[in-house]
Ligand binder design. Structure first.
Ligand code: GDP
Ligand code: IMO
Ligand code: MG
Length: 468
């Protein structure tokens, strides 16, 4: 039995809290893509956990797996594990030996390329975690994989091949001096140390030792299929969201992996049949946020401003309302602390997401954040180049010209959400239910859960996929 959790928008839809919700009945939670660019929040009782890499299921004591589709920064991994242990948890995390490793030079190169791009307003607004450069090396067949950390000689050989190339790229192509301090490096590294074979070998060999000592590496496909054969419930925890998928998102303002449901197969080593046999739950924020650059046709207001071409987009702009929703929803990036851009729900985006992943159910979060507004809007179609369209165009330039046609819904009042959580779906204010049912009808997928506040208890659950 499997459940796949997919972000249907631009990330930060509340995937972590839905993994936590259904994680109660699961045994294993596996991430299938991305790395420590993610920030998944789980709020349990008075405890808040913000997880970048470790799967959210560890908060409930479930086995966490980082699949082969992930990129792993061992520094973040061990930091997170140690911090969770200090907080009294006992995380059991396994890493795919086929997963790729983020090295310090990947983070440096991520920063350099963003700097260069910002000169021509092409900055993606990445999280600076080295995600893109690591996936580049994976595709370029020069990456270092988790399995390589377990073999000191092999690791040295691979570093000796790749590090001089990276150093030349930094120095000769980008003109960066090796004596510069790495910007935003927590450990005060000089750039040169990120490109030094001996220093890297020593550090990453140590990480390999710890992985061996704690018996943390697995052949992910084999591990997961044997757990499924044994009758375990497995959740596939997507990171990021459909519109920042490298293939189905708005390229180039994307991350470098596949958050859509297909990624759950390629990123774990299980077949598409296994993924498709289970539920695929689209996580929807009741409005829309974005932390990086790129178009956002239903935008109310934003702070990024790195892509001025798109700043003019959005007939429905209302900075005060954006600010209000940002404060009510605490819309600041989990990883970087950046204020998130805020927009109305975008149906062309959600139709595209539902098609790409085949949602069998939806979890809609943040219904409480919109409470108290007189009116809630939804962009239901776009006008572009003289025609009306109902889904996302393939090019960012065309998406950037789209003007939304809005549909207006009557707002719903602020209520006692704890009582709603106790009483169930019918206690949700009627106008909010109308809104939820509109989303469900449009996407032809039933509502499985409704988020009415950040914590575990603040959820109205209509379907338990593991209990059907
Ligand atoms: P993820 O990356 O998809 O897991 O989402 P994040 O954790 O980055 O962002 C979601 C934020 O909204 C977190 O701070 C959550 O605690 C919070 N959150 C999730 N669901 C709800 C909800 O239904 N209502 C409110 N008010 N906050 C929510
Ligand atoms: P979760 O899992 C929101 C965005 C970045 C940037 C683009 C590329 O918490 O939903 P990257 O560092 O991946 O190369 O950045 O993707 N981005 C996210 N936005 N939520 C995330 O993760 C994100 N991970 C990456 O802001 O626009
Ligand atoms: Mg997040």
């Amino acid at each position: 039995m499997t459940v796949t959790i997919v972000g249907s928008q631009l990330g930060d839809e509340g995937k972590g809290r839905v993994v936590d919700l259904y994680g109660a009945s699961a045994d294993v939670v596996a991430r299938y893509q991305g790395g420590d660019n993610a920030g998944h929040t789980v709020v349990e009782g008075g405890n808040e956990y913000k997880l970048s890499l470790v799967p959210s299921g560890v908060v409930r004591g479930k086995v966490g797996v980082l699949g082969n589709g992930c990129v792993v920064n061992p520094d973040t991994l061990f930091d997170e594990i140690d911090t969770l242990r200090e907080r009294g948890l006992d995380p059991d995390v396994r890493l795919a030996r086929r997963a790729h490793v983020i090295l310090p030079y990947h983070r440096v190169l991520d920063g350099i390329e963003e700097d260069v791009k910002s000169d021509s307003d092409r900055k993606v607004g990445t999280t600076g975690r080295g995600i893109g450069p690591t996936y580049e090396d994976k595709a370029g067949r020069r990456g270092i994989r988790v399995g390589d950390l377990l073999d000191s000689e092999l690791l040295r050989e691979k570093l000796e091949y790749v590090v001089p190339q990276k150093r030349a790229l930094a120095e000769k192509v980008y003109g960066v001096s090796m004596n510069e301090a790495i910007e935003d490096s927590s450990d005060g590294l000089e750039t040169g140390e990120a490109f030094d074979v001996d220093a890297l070998h020593e550090q990453y060999e140590r990480y390999g030792e710890r992985l061996k000592e704690e018996n943390m590496t697995v052949e992910a496909g084999e591990f997961l299929s044997s757990r499924l054969d044994a009758g375990d419930g497995v959740i596939f925890e997507g990171a990021q969201g459909t519109l920042i998928d490298i293939d189905h998102g708005n390229y180039p303002y994307v991350t470098s992996s596949n958050p859509t449901a297909g990624g759950a197969a390629t990123g774990t080593g299980l077949s598409p049949g296994v993924i498709g046999d289970g539920d695929i739950i689209g996580i929807v924020k009741a409005y829309l946020t974005r932390v990086g650059s790129g178009p956002l046709p239903t935008e109310l207001g934003g702070v990024v401003g790195d892509t001025p071409d798109y700043d003019e987009q959005g007939a429905g702009k209302n900075e005060d309302l954006a600010e209000y929703i940002r404060e009510e929803g605490g819309e600041y990036g989990t990883v970087t602390g950046r204020p998130r851009r805020v927009a109305w729900l975008d149906m062309p985006m959600l139709r595209h997401a539902a098609r790409a992943s085949g949602f069998t159910g939806l979890a809609v979060n943040h219904i409480d954040v919109l409470a108290g507004l007189d009116e809630v809007k939804v962009g239901y179609s776009y006008d572009v180049d003289g025609e009306e369209i109902f889904t996302i165009p393939a090019t960012t330039e065309r998406w950037g010209r789209c003007e939304p046609n809005f549909r207006s819904f009557d707002g719903w009042p602020e209520v006692n959400w704890s009582e709603v959580a106790d009483e169930g779906y019918d206690a949700i204010p009627e106008n909010a239910r109308t809104y939820l049912e509109y989303i469900s009808d449009e996407l032809d997928a039933p509502i499985y859960a409704v988020g009415i506040g950040p914590s575990r208890e603040d959820t109205v659950v209509l379907e338990h996929p593991f209990e059907n």
